[in-house]
Design a protein around this ligand. Structure first.
Ligand SMILES: Nc1ncnc2c1ncn2[C@@H]1O[C@H](COP(=O)(O)OP(=O)(O)O)[C@@H](O)[C@H]1O
Ligand SMILES: [Mg+2]
Length: 152
Protein backbone atom coordinates (compact mmCIF):
# COMPACT_ATOMS: atom_id res chain seq x y z
CA UNK A 1 0.00 0.00 0.00
CA UNK A 2 1.11 3.56 -0.72
CA UNK A 3 -0.19 6.44 1.35
CA UNK A 4 -0.27 9.88 -0.23
CA UNK A 5 -1.39 13.00 1.65
CA UNK A 6 -3.07 16.06 0.13
CA UNK A 7 -3.72 19.33 1.92
CA UNK A 8 -6.42 20.84 -0.31
CA UNK A 9 -8.84 19.95 -3.10
CA UNK A 10 -6.50 21.17 -5.84
CA UNK A 11 -3.74 18.81 -4.71
CA UNK A 12 -6.15 15.87 -4.90
CA UNK A 13 -7.16 16.87 -8.44
CA UNK A 14 -3.54 17.24 -9.49
CA UNK A 15 -2.68 13.87 -8.04
CA UNK A 16 -5.59 12.43 -10.07
CA UNK A 17 -4.25 13.99 -13.26
CA UNK A 18 -0.86 12.36 -12.78
CA UNK A 19 -2.35 9.07 -11.61
CA UNK A 20 -4.45 8.94 -14.82
CA UNK A 21 -1.29 8.46 -16.90
CA UNK A 22 -0.72 5.10 -15.21
CA UNK A 23 -4.08 3.68 -16.28
CA UNK A 24 -4.55 1.42 -19.27
CA UNK A 25 -7.69 0.11 -21.03
CA UNK A 26 -9.42 -2.53 -18.94
CA UNK A 27 -8.32 -1.12 -15.59
CA UNK A 28 -10.87 -0.94 -12.77
CA UNK A 29 -10.26 1.53 -9.95
CA UNK A 30 -12.32 1.11 -6.76
CA UNK A 31 -12.81 4.22 -4.58
CA UNK A 32 -13.81 3.66 -0.97
CA UNK A 33 -14.20 6.23 1.77
CA UNK A 34 -16.74 8.22 3.77
CA UNK A 35 -18.83 11.03 2.33
CA UNK A 36 -16.69 14.03 1.28
CA UNK A 37 -13.35 12.27 1.56
CA UNK A 38 -12.71 13.25 -2.08
CA UNK A 39 -13.68 10.28 -4.25
CA UNK A 40 -15.39 12.44 -6.86
CA UNK A 41 -12.71 15.14 -6.65
CA UNK A 42 -10.01 12.57 -7.35
CA UNK A 43 -12.04 11.14 -10.25
CA UNK A 44 -12.44 14.66 -11.70
CA UNK A 45 -8.65 14.92 -11.77
CA UNK A 46 -8.27 11.46 -13.29
CA UNK A 47 -10.79 12.29 -16.02
CA UNK A 48 -8.96 15.52 -16.80
CA UNK A 49 -5.73 13.52 -17.04
CA UNK A 50 -7.46 11.13 -19.43
CA UNK A 51 -8.47 14.02 -21.67
CA UNK A 52 -12.16 14.20 -20.75
CA UNK A 53 -13.31 17.80 -21.17
CA UNK A 54 -16.93 17.54 -20.06
CA UNK A 55 -18.16 18.06 -16.48
CA UNK A 56 -17.63 15.09 -14.21
CA UNK A 57 -20.00 14.50 -11.29
CA UNK A 58 -21.06 11.55 -9.13
CA UNK A 59 -23.66 9.49 -10.99
CA UNK A 60 -25.57 9.15 -7.71
CA UNK A 61 -28.93 8.71 -9.45
CA UNK A 62 -27.92 7.58 -12.93
CA UNK A 63 -25.55 4.96 -11.38
CA UNK A 64 -23.24 4.99 -14.41
CA UNK A 65 -21.88 7.92 -16.43
CA UNK A 66 -20.03 7.14 -19.61
CA UNK A 67 -17.47 9.63 -20.85
CA UNK A 68 -16.70 8.72 -24.41
CA UNK A 69 -13.10 8.80 -25.47
CA UNK A 70 -10.33 6.34 -26.19
CA UNK A 71 -10.61 4.34 -24.05
CA UNK A 72 -14.17 4.97 -22.83
CA UNK A 73 -14.44 5.95 -19.15
CA UNK A 74 -17.19 4.47 -16.98
CA UNK A 75 -17.90 6.35 -13.75
CA UNK A 76 -20.09 4.38 -11.35
CA UNK A 77 -21.53 5.25 -7.96
CA UNK A 78 -22.69 2.35 -5.79
CA UNK A 79 -23.93 4.49 -2.88
CA UNK A 80 -27.65 4.11 -3.59
CA UNK A 81 -27.85 0.74 -5.31
CA UNK A 82 -26.71 -1.89 -2.80
CA UNK A 83 -28.23 -4.75 -4.65
CA UNK A 84 -25.77 -6.92 -6.55
CA UNK A 85 -28.64 -8.27 -8.68
CA UNK A 86 -29.55 -4.71 -9.67
CA UNK A 87 -26.02 -4.03 -10.86
CA UNK A 88 -25.88 -7.28 -12.79
CA UNK A 89 -29.13 -6.32 -14.51
CA UNK A 90 -27.62 -3.02 -15.62
CA UNK A 91 -24.82 -5.09 -17.12
CA UNK A 92 -22.04 -3.95 -14.82
CA UNK A 93 -19.85 -6.90 -15.84
CA UNK A 94 -19.75 -5.59 -19.40
CA UNK A 95 -18.17 -2.42 -18.03
CA UNK A 96 -15.90 -4.02 -15.43
CA UNK A 97 -14.56 -6.62 -17.82
CA UNK A 98 -14.63 -4.49 -20.98
CA UNK A 99 -11.95 -2.42 -22.70
CA UNK A 100 -12.75 0.87 -21.04
CA UNK A 101 -11.52 2.25 -17.71
CA UNK A 102 -13.99 1.84 -14.82
CA UNK A 103 -13.90 4.29 -11.90
CA UNK A 104 -16.19 3.00 -9.14
CA UNK A 105 -17.26 5.13 -6.12
CA UNK A 106 -18.42 3.24 -3.00
CA UNK A 107 -16.99 0.12 -4.60
CA UNK A 108 -17.12 -1.77 -1.29
CA UNK A 109 -20.86 -2.19 -2.00
CA UNK A 110 -20.09 -4.44 -4.97
CA UNK A 111 -16.81 -5.91 -3.71
CA UNK A 112 -17.72 -9.41 -4.90
CA UNK A 113 -18.14 -8.22 -8.50
CA UNK A 114 -14.76 -6.49 -8.74
CA UNK A 115 -12.07 -8.10 -10.91
CA UNK A 116 -9.15 -9.61 -9.01
CA UNK A 117 -6.65 -7.03 -10.25
CA UNK A 118 -8.79 -4.02 -9.25
CA UNK A 119 -6.74 -1.01 -8.11
CA UNK A 120 -8.09 0.04 -4.71
CA UNK A 121 -8.06 3.59 -3.41
CA UNK A 122 -9.18 4.22 0.12
CA UNK A 123 -9.70 7.86 1.10
CA UNK A 124 -9.67 9.14 4.66
CA UNK A 125 -10.16 12.42 6.48
CA UNK A 126 -7.39 13.66 8.72
CA UNK A 127 -9.37 14.58 11.81
CA UNK A 128 -7.23 17.54 12.89
CA UNK A 129 -7.24 19.36 9.50
CA UNK A 130 -10.50 19.74 7.53
CA UNK A 131 -8.69 20.04 4.20
CA UNK A 132 -6.29 17.15 4.63
CA UNK A 133 -6.95 13.75 3.03
CA UNK A 134 -5.09 10.46 3.00
CA UNK A 135 -5.15 8.61 -0.31
CA UNK A 136 -4.24 4.95 0.29
CA UNK A 137 -3.55 2.92 -2.83
CA UNK A 138 -3.45 -0.89 -2.95
CA UNK A 139 -2.51 -2.64 -6.19
CA UNK A 140 0.07 -5.00 -7.68
CA UNK A 141 3.75 -4.33 -6.81
CA UNK A 142 4.30 -3.39 -10.42
CA UNK A 143 1.61 -0.75 -10.39
CA UNK A 144 2.63 0.60 -6.97
CA UNK A 145 6.17 1.06 -8.30
CA UNK A 146 4.77 3.37 -10.97
CA UNK A 147 2.69 5.23 -8.37
CA UNK A 148 5.88 5.75 -6.37
CA UNK A 149 7.50 7.37 -9.39
CA UNK A 150 4.74 9.99 -9.72
CA UNK A 151 4.58 10.73 -5.99
CA UNK A 152 8.32 11.26 -5.50
N1 LIG B 1 -7.54 17.55 0.27
C1 LIG B 1 -8.77 17.49 -0.26
N2 LIG B 1 -9.04 16.62 -1.26
C2 LIG B 1 -10.28 16.51 -1.79
N3 LIG B 1 -11.34 17.24 -1.39
C3 LIG B 1 -11.15 18.11 -0.41
C4 LIG B 1 -9.87 18.28 0.20
N4 LIG B 1 -9.98 19.23 1.18
C5 LIG B 1 -11.25 19.62 1.17
N5 LIG B 1 -11.98 18.97 0.22
C6 LIG B 1 -13.43 19.14 0.00
O1 LIG B 1 -14.06 17.90 0.35
C7 LIG B 1 -15.14 17.65 -0.53
C8 LIG B 1 -14.93 16.34 -1.25
O2 LIG B 1 -16.10 16.05 -1.96
P1 LIG B 1 -16.24 14.86 -2.98
O3 LIG B 1 -15.02 14.79 -3.85
O4 LIG B 1 -17.55 15.01 -3.65
O5 LIG B 1 -16.22 13.60 -1.99
P2 LIG B 1 -16.91 12.17 -2.12
O6 LIG B 1 -17.09 11.87 -3.58
O7 LIG B 1 -15.92 11.26 -1.45
O8 LIG B 1 -18.19 12.25 -1.36
C9 LIG B 1 -15.21 18.82 -1.48
O9 LIG B 1 -16.14 19.74 -1.00
C10 LIG B 1 -13.80 19.40 -1.44
O10 LIG B 1 -13.77 20.78 -1.71
MG1 LIG C 1 -18.84 11.24 -4.75
Amino acid sequence: MIKFTTYNEQETREFGEKFAKLLIPGNVVAFVGDLATGKTTLIKGICKGLGINRDVDSPTYTLINEYSGTPAIYHMDCYREHNIGGWLEIGINDYLYGDGISLVEWADQIEELLPKDTIKINLEHEMSDINCRFINISASDNFLEKVREITN
